[in-house]
Write a protein of this length. Structure first.
Length: 75
């Protein structure tokens, strides 16, 4: 999960990823940033995130993003 936080901090350094649970709903991550994040995640963690999984609930917190990554690793 540390690497995920590093990726997020590279994309949006001013956000407190430890406590923020509304990354999308609070507009900390916009659509272009999410696309960049997905690309980084897919490369770094060797997963593929299908379009149906690109929903706000999966990207509103580091915990939710990490859960998504683990789910994709299992598939």
């Amino acid at each position: 999960m540390d690497r995920l936080k590093e990726i997020l901090e590279e994309l949006q350094p001013e956000v407190d990823y430890e406590t923020c649970e509304n990354l999308v709903d609070g507009r900390y991550l916009d659509s272009l940033t999410i696309l960049s994040l997905i690309s980084e995640i897919e490369d770094e963690f060797d997963v593929e995130i299908p379009t149906v999984e690109i929903i706000p609930a999966n990207f509103n917190s580091v915990k939710n993003i990490w859960t998504l990554i683990e789910k994709m690793r299992e598939d």
